[in-house]
Design a protein around this ligand. Sequence first.
Ligand SMILES: Nc1ncnc2c1ncn2[C@@H]1O[C@H](COP(=O)(O)OP(=O)(O)OP(=O)(O)O)[C@@H](O)[C@H]1O
Length: 341
Amino acid sequence: MITFRNVSKTFTIGKREVHAVRNVDLTIEQGEIFGIIGFSGAGKSTLLRLVNVLEIPSAGSIEVQGVDLAKLSPREVRKVRRGIGMIFQNFNLLTSRTVAGNIAYPLKLAKVPRQKIKERVDELLRFVGLSEKAKNYPEQLSGGQKQRVGIARALATSPDILICDEATSALDPDTTGDILRLLKKVNKELGITILLITHEMHVIQAICDKVAVMEDGEVIETGGVFDTFTSPVHPTTKRFIRSIQQDLPSPSLLEEWRHKGGEKLYRIIFKGEVASDPVLSRVTRKHDIDVNIVYGSVQEIQAKFYGNLLVSFEGDEEKTARAVKELNDIVQIEEVEVAWA
Ligand SMILES: Nc1ncnc2c1ncn2[C@@H]1O[C@H](COP(=O)(O)OP(=O)(O)OP(=O)(O)O)[C@@H](O)[C@H]1O
C-alpha cells in the first residue's frame, strides 16, 4: 500500500518556485492497478519520483508498505527501492548485455548465487514469452519485446510494487495492447500492485481499477475507473474521456439527419447490467411509439458495459413524454442540444 498525506513538492529555480505537486492525498491499495493521468507538466513524474525516494517531499508524508519514507536511513531507502520495480517509456535496457544479461543484472547486484540467477531468468523469460530471445541483444528486438525485457528485469527481485512510467507511450496500438495484457497478468498472477502514469485515457480504460487525474500538481479527481468514466466531474477529466469516446456523429451525418426532418434527439446512457437489457424496446412498445437509433457506442470498462445511444422517438408527443419519463427511472436520459451548422 502507498499513502500520500497532504504531499507537496516545490522546486526552486533561482527566484522562481515551481509547485510540481500540491497537497496530494492518495491511497493506493495492495493488489490494485492505479493509474495517474495528466497532461504534460501536471506533476505525474514527480509523484513517482517521490515514491522511489528520488525526491523528498517539501511538505506532507508518504508511506510505502507501512514505512514512512521520511524516516529512513540510506540503507533502509535501498531496501524500500528493492521492493519497487520500475519500467520506462524508452525501456532503459543495457545495450551491451543480452536479454538474459539484462534480466540477470539486478540479481547480480543483489548478490544472488549464479545457479539461482539462471533459474530465475529462465522463469521470467517464460513469464514474459521471450525464452527464444535469451541470447539476443536489445537492438535486435522490437519495441514490444524490449518492454517485455524491461518488465522481466523489473520483476527479477520479486518486488511488491511495479511502477510504470509511460510504459506504452512509445509503442503502436497492437503492441500497447499486448504489453497492457502482460501488466494485467503481472497484477493478477503475481499479486503485484501497479502504479502507472500516462497521458492516454485508453491505457486507464484497459487495465486500471482506480484513476487519479492530475493538473497543475493537484489531484483534481479520483475514483474507480468505471465511475470516473461514466460520471466525470472535472472539465479536464471530461476532456480526457472525450479523447477516447466519440459521443456525437460527425457534423455531416447530423446535417443529413436534420434534412430528413429529424426529431428531438435524446442521449441515453446505459450502465452496468442494464446495457444488455432490452429496456428501450420494452418501454417504446408499451407507449406505442417508435425509436430511431441515430448514433451509439457500447464500451466495456472494468468488465461492465457502458452504452451511449443517441435516439429520437416517432409518435404522439404525449406518449413520447411518458416514455421518456419512464426511461428516466431506469436509465440516464437527456435531451441533446445540437448546435446545427
Ligand atoms: N528537478 C526539477 N527542477 C525544477 N522543476 C522541475 C523538476 N522536476 C519537475 N519540475 C517541474 O515540475 C512540473 C511537473 O513536472 P513533472 O515532470 O512531474 O510533470 P509530468 O506530468 O510528469 O509531465 P510529463 O508528462 O511531461 O513528463 C513541471 O513544471 C516541471 O517543469
